[in-house]
Design a protein around this ligand. Sequence first.
Ligand code: FES
Ligand SMILES: [Fe+2]
Length: 373
Amino acid sequence: MSFVRNAWYPAAWSHELGRALVPRTMLGEKVVLYRTEAGAPVALEDRCCHKFLPLSKGKLKGDAVECGYHGMTYAPTGVCIRIPGQANIPAQARVRAYPAVDHLGLVWIWAGAASLADRAKLFQLPPYGAPGWTANKGPYTYIKAAYQHLTDNLLDPAHVSFVHLSTLGSAAMEEIPVETRQDGDTVVTSRWTLDQPPVPVFRAFRDIPGNVDRWQIYQFYPPSLSVTDFGIGPVGMGHGDADRDKGMRIHSCHFIAPETERTSHYFWMQIRNFAPGDEAVSRTMTEQFIMAFAEDKAVLEAVQQGEDESEGRVPVRLGIDNGPQRSRRIVERMIRAEQDAAPGAASGRGAQALFDRKPEQNSGGASRGMKVK
Ligand code: FES
Ligand SMILES: [Fe+2]
C-alpha cells in the first residue's frame, strides 16, 4: 500500500473521543480508539487475538477493553491482562497499540514502528492558540478519494475559480499564473490577485467597500497535511508575512489521513486574525467552509471514480500540476526510503501506547510545522 508509515496521522477530533469505543480504519488497518479514565487517548488494533472479533464490539472496563466474544481483556498497551477461566496468559496474547496523543485539538496516531514515534515530529502550527487568533473547527469529513487527490487539490489554486465560485473563487483569478516553489519537503504554490473585489467568503464577515489585493498560499507538508494561508488587504499592500498579518488573514488547515488506498479522513479548521473569540463568526465561517469543501468533495470523489474507470490511461499534465507532482514525488521517496531502511520496521508490532500522555501536552519541538513566510 502506498502510505508513509512513520508519521503522525489525525484519527479523530479530540472533543469527539471519550469513553466509547470508536472503530476507525487508518492506512488500511482497523483501529479502535478511546480514552482512559484519566483522559489519555488510546489506539489499539481493532481485532481480538483470539477469534479476531473487532474489539470495538466489546466494552470498556476501566482503562482496558474487554472483548465481546469471550472476555479477553486488553490494557492500553495492547497486552492481554485477563482471560476468563484461564490463569495462564500466553505471551503472544496481545494486540498492536499505536502511540496516540492530543495535539492541535486532534488525536494523532503514529502509524509506523512505535519505537520511532517522536513527539518532536508532531506538526507545529504557531497561530493555533496564540493571542489574537481564533480557530473554528469543521465536522469530521469522509472523502471517497485517495489522500493524494486531496493533497493535489490543496496545492491547486487554479481549481478555485471553477469549483468555488459561490464561496472562495472569482472569475478574475482564472488567468493568473500559479507560482510553485519547494523548500525542503514543503511544497508551496501561490497566487496574488490584485485590485479586485473581495470574494464572497470575506464579504460575509465584513462590509468591504472597493477592491482589495488577495493572496492564496498553499503549503503541503508530507505525507498528507496542508495549510492554506489566504486573505485580503488594501490594494498595494506588501506581500510579506507581517503585511499579511495586517489584512484579514486565515490559515485554513487540512489534516488528512488515508483510510484506505481510495478513501480518506479529513479534518479541517480555520485560524483567523479577525473577530477574535466571536462565536457567531466562527459558526458562519464553519458553515461557509462546509459549503466550499462539499464542492471539493463532489469533485474529488468523481475524480477518483474517473481514475478507477480510466483503465490505466495516462493523464495529460499541465503547468498547474507542478506543485501536486512534486508533492507526490516527495511522498513516493519517503515510502521508498522507509522500505529500504528496514523492511518490516514500519510495522508496529510490539508497540507500546503512550497512554500516559496528557491532552494537549505538546512536544515543544519545532522541527516540523508551518514555516512559510
Ligand atoms: S474472540 Fe475475543 S475473546 Fe474470543
Ligand atoms: Fe477546493
